[in-house]
Ligand binder design. Sequence first.
Ligand code: ANZ
Length: 841
Amino acid sequence: MAYDPKAIEPKWQAYWDEHSTFRAQIDPTKPKFYALDMFPYPSGAGLHVGHPMGYTATDILCRYKRMLGFNVLHPMGWDSYGLPAERYAMRTGVHPAITTKRNIETFRGQVKRLGFSYDWSREFATTDPAYVRWTQWIFLKLFERGLAYQAEVAVNWCPAQNTVLANEEVKDGKYVETGDPVVRRLMRQWMLRITHYADRLVDDLDELDWPENVKTMQRNWVGRSEGAEIHLPIAGSRHSVTVFTTRADTLFGVTCCILAPEHALLASIVTPEARATVDTYIERAKTLDDTVRGDAGRKKSGVFTGAYAIHPVSGERLPVWVADYVLAGYGSGAVMAVPAHDGRDHEFARHFGLPIVRVVDDGLNGDITQAAYEGDGLMVNSGFLNGLTVTQAKQAMVTWLEQHGAGRAKVTYRLRDWLFSRQRYWGEPIPVLHLTDGSIVPLPEDALPLLPPELDDYKPAPGGEPPLARAEDWVRTTAPGTDIPAMRETNTMPQWAGSSWYFLRFLDPHNDREFVSKEAEKYWMPVDVYVGGPEHTVLHLLYARFWHKVLYDIGVVSTKEPFRKLFNQGMMLAFSYKDEAGRYYESDQVVERDGKHFSGTVELSRQVEKMSKSRFNVVNPDDVVQEYGADALRLYEMFMGPLEVAKPWQPSGLTGVRRFLERAWRMVCDDNDMPHPLVQDGPDVPEVLLRLRHKTVRTVTEDIEGLRFNTAIARLMEMANVLTHASIRPREVVETFVKLLAPFAPHVAEELWGKLGYDGTLAYAPWPNFDPELALDERQEYVVQVNGKVRHRFHGETGLDAKALAAAAKAEPQVRALLEGRKVMKEIAIPGRLVNFVVGE
Ligand code: ANZ
């Protein structure tokens, strides 16, 4: 008899289920804690060991918070619409509704075997009709407010997937999910006006406790750019071209004006002599996408249009060119080229022999024909701007332009409206009707949900005609309450729709009158901590924030932002083995000899890569649970290293944590699984054990709060070691250990709690307190100097860093007296030794 996870884990999982241990209910007398996992899409491959990394982290937080007295909401569900589910269905030839249901069953079983403290009564899938209804309801709200509209736009068309994609889904001309090439094509599409929210999507980031890199990526995606627009009349015509610039200060350095090949003005200003070359150039530009055109390293090309623009201040004639590095979709699609101070313009001017005029002094007399100077300095060659700084000159120039009707301050954004329709089967149908006169009527709310029709052939069509168009009986209908013929919209929503608001539905998942009750929303929102993979730094988080802000404006949610704290777990990597030809091998056929790896006689190279089926390195959590137990898996994933870094899966680590759990078991139980005789009641806890107890409580508590689970586990291991070797195991100390262990390895902790004589679950047992005095590490003597002279000595905790050491010194009454009335100019703290205060009189 010994520690046996196979027996105790199912037992406790059943107990929690039967007793609804983790059911969350609104309780205004308690502080709430809402912890959210990024819910998975139930792919056919099943869960892999990367998923539980984030889930375990939130579960530790939730279990800890419950023991602290928080009312915890921890839900789980399934993101089941979208391309991945559909692609899987297409591969297997089974209808997506069936495969999705099956995959959800698999996922749920796998997740449940890991013992997470979810409130399963709140589970739903985004494909559930009751959920679809409200996703479509949100669309109607967007439509009502003019935030959803149809437009003929140049879209990202993916020929391999036969669908359009959002800008966010395309990188370097490829669909990020599959790597299939993406081309530009004009199509009539549904768009969401996310651009209306551009400023708020940037500004409201300031109040969030999110990783700085994620905030930066969101800011860059929105790409707010503050500058000016300037109008330049075209010589000899009634037209003028408007350019957008962030450097109005450099207007005197403009030596030409450049339009994007798509610019509408070209048709009216190109001279007859230049027409043929310009047209050829435009045709060629059409084959290139923006990422290629915008690439700074690409050789500049362009042609002269024959037209001239008039400089708004000097009246000089500036040649107008067309060049593909100027993008149609940004600013006004036209630039004033300042070769002296913009790298791309510099290259362009050098290539075509255009003048380069310095207007900002670099203070070094650098050769401006060699390289652009993009830095600060004083204005030169700039008329009324001469002598001003760049910042002053920007302001002065904008004022001049505004006074002369030649331009104004202007903010532009990189963000584009969200392309919201897909030519796919497996998504929420867009709930509107088209009448024969071309008008669009939204479905009434009571006609929702509108589910995709039954279709046998749900494959996308090459022409871009949505598969739903094939369900003719479904498409042909009448306008609500009339017999006016109408056609249903056949585009569907993108896979991002369902995940843009699921965290709100978890609050009140069975409500059939409102998408969430006011009471539930007020009580639970915002999400206190949101944990998920680093791949969601832009798309999902931006879309969810956008929808949330719309819902806020409508008055149905009370917080401006949905996710107060965000944490990205690192990716789970794994070793993979390749031969010279790049073929992958199954890792259990690989043997190691002299530090080299072989399969039979074939020598293989080993690398750390992303887990994927094609690399034969995916680990299924079920296998790990089977061999080591769920508690061991949870502990191992948290012990691998800091949560936020990417780490390779190494089975050897599992043996270590499993041994730790066995040791914990034997600490509490004897060989007959009875309470161990060394576990004794009694008031006299030896000083070392007492200090160890308080110290461990303190550090584990602090580490959980800081999501430093690996160091918390290391402390628990230390505690178990000391206790195991102690001559007695004071009961209170052992119980404390079991409580501290509970968030990490809940099954074994529950079982040991029972062995210690308690009935029922320890899920709500109070988290242990610590006495700060007893929790201090060993102390040491520190010296305090004032202006280099030793003035005081005190005992403080060892290992204080410079900041903490200086603070500890200042907290000493004697030191306070020494510094009284004197100005501290500098504090020099040398960890482990001293603090020196440099003071004036
Ligand atoms: C003149 C100038 C002088 C510029 C100078 C820069 C430096 P961000 O900051 O990214 O917003 N620009 C404007 N519209 C463009 C377009 N459609 N395609 C390509 N480039 C465009 O960039 C703003 C700057 O990018 C603008 O300021 C403009 O060049 C260029 F010393 O105007 B600048």
